[in-house]
Design a protein around this ligand. Structure first.
Ligand SMILES: Nc1ncnc2c1ncn2[C@@H]1O[C@H](COP(=O)(O)OP(=O)(O)OP(=O)(O)O)[C@@H](O)[C@H]1O
Length: 298
C-alpha cells in the first residue's frame, strides 16, 4: 500500500479542517482527491508530505509513518504544492540543480526530468520569465527529481491553457502507470480525464471513495424520445437497462436507464425494429459533475 490514512483529524484553532479521514491508495494508481474550496484537500496533502502534523489518527506513505519517519516519507514523495514556491531569479537548470544537490542527485537526472516535463525548449530561461504553465512544469520536474514512488500534486493544472492542460494531464497519466499519483482538484473533468479512482471530500469528511467506472455505472440517464404515434409503456420497458418509462406529452416519452452509457442508439434501433419513426431523441445525462454537486452542496 502506497498511502494509508487512518482516522486523521486536523484542527486549526477550533476549526476542524479534517474529521476522521481514512483511505488507502495502491501502486500504481492515480487517485483524484476532489472537493470544493476549503474542503480540506491541501491540509490532507500537507499531512501526507510531513509539512503539517495531524491532531488525531495516523498516516503512512510507502510504509513510513508521517510522524515518526518524516525523512523516509520525504524521500518517497514528490510534492507539488498548491502555491509552488519557485526562485524566480534562477534559471530552470540552476533551480533544479540547487534542489538536486540537496538530495545528491546526478546532472543526468536533471536533464531527464527537463525532457520528461517538456521543459527543454524553455530551459535557457529564468523561472521568472516563464508562463504559468511552464512554471508548473518546473514544479513537477522538481517533484520528480528524486524519482519518488509517490507523487502528491495539489491542483497541478490550475491556470494552464487548454494545450498545456492536455500535456500535463498526459504526463501525469504516464507517470501514473508505474507510480502512485494522488492529486487534488476541484475540477470534475480533470478527474474524468486522468484518474481511475476518486475520493470526494466535503467539509473535512470523505463523502465518496469510488472507482470512476463504478461511479459512472451507478448513474442514471434519461432519454427523451418522441415517436410518430402512441407506444405502450410496457413495450418501451423491454429496452435494455431500462428503469422506468413516463409518457410526458402526446407521443413524448422519458425513459430512465440505469446506466450512464449513451442509450440513444438502443432507442433508435428499437424504433427501427418496430417500424416507429423518431421525431426527436435527446439525452438528459446525470453526469459526474451533478453527482459531485449532489454530494458537496449544502
Ligand atoms: N493555516 C491555516 N489556519 C487556519 N485555517 C486554515 C489554515 N489552512 C487552512 N485552513 C482552513 O481549513 C479548511 C481547509 O482548507 P484547505 O486549504 O485544506 O482546503 P482545500 O480543499 O485545499 O481548499 P482549496 O480548494 O480552496 O485550495 C478551510 O476552511 C481553510 O480556511
Amino acid at each position: 500500500m502506497s498511502i494509508e490514512v487512518k482516522g486523521i483529524s486536523k484542527l486549526y484553532g477550533n476549526q476542524k479542517a479534517l474529521n476522521q479521514i481514512s483511505f488507502k491508495v495502491e501502486k500504481p494508481e492515480i487517485v483524484g482527491f476532489l472537493g470544493p474550496n476549503g474542503a480540506g484537500k491541501s491540509t490532507m496533502m500537507k499531512i501526507l508530505t510531513t509539512y503539517l502534523n495531524a491532531n488525531e489518527g495516523s498516516a503512512k506513505v510507502n510504509g513510513y509513518d508521517v510522524d515518526t519517519n518524516k525523512q523516509q516519507v520525504q524521500q518517497s514523495v514528490g510534492y507539488l504544492p498548491e502555491h509552488n514556491p519557485l526562485y524566480l531569479d534562477m534559471y530552470i537548470k540552476e533551480y533544479l540543480a540547487f534542489n538536486a544537490h540537496i538530495y545528491n542527485i546526478s546532472k543526468k537526472r536533471i536533464d531527464e526530468v527537463i525532457e520528461l516535463t517538456g521543459l527543454t525548449p524553455e530551459s535557457h530561461k529564468k523561472i521568472g520569465q516563464l508562463s504559468k504553465g511552464y512554471r508548473q512544469r518546473v514544479g513537477l520536474a522538481n517533484a520528480l527529481l528524486h524519482d519518488p514512488d509517490v507523487l502528491i500534486l495539489d491542483e497541478p493544472t490550475t491556470g494552464l491553457d487548454p494545450n498545456q492542460l492536455v500535456d500535463i494531464r498526459n504526463l501525469i497519466k504516464t507517470i501514473g502507470k508505474t507510480k502512485t499519483v494522488f492529486l487534488s482538484t476541484h475540477i470534475m473533468q480533470e478527474v474524468e480525464a486522468i484518474c481511475e479512482r476518486v475520493i470526494i471530500i466535503n467539509k473535512g469528511e470523505i463523502v465518496a471513495d469510488k472507482k470512476l467506472k463504478d461511479l459512472r455505472d451507478e448513474k442514471e440517464q434519461v432519454v427523451i424520445v418522441e415517436f410518430d404515434y402512441r407506444v405502450e409503456d410496457a413495450f418501451l420497458l423491454k429496452l435494455p437497462k431500462v428503469k422506468s418509462v413516463t409518457n410526458t406529452y402526446d407521443f413524448v416519452y422519458e425513459i430512465t436507464f440505469k446506466t450512464s452509457e449513451d442509450m440513444r442508439s438502443y432507442v433508435f434501433d428499437f424504433a427501427h425494429d418496430n417500424q416507429l419513426k423518431i421525431l426527436q431523441l435527446n439525452q438528459k445525462n446525470a453526469n459526474l459533475e451533478s453527482l459531485f454537486r449532489e454530494l458537496t452542496s449544502d
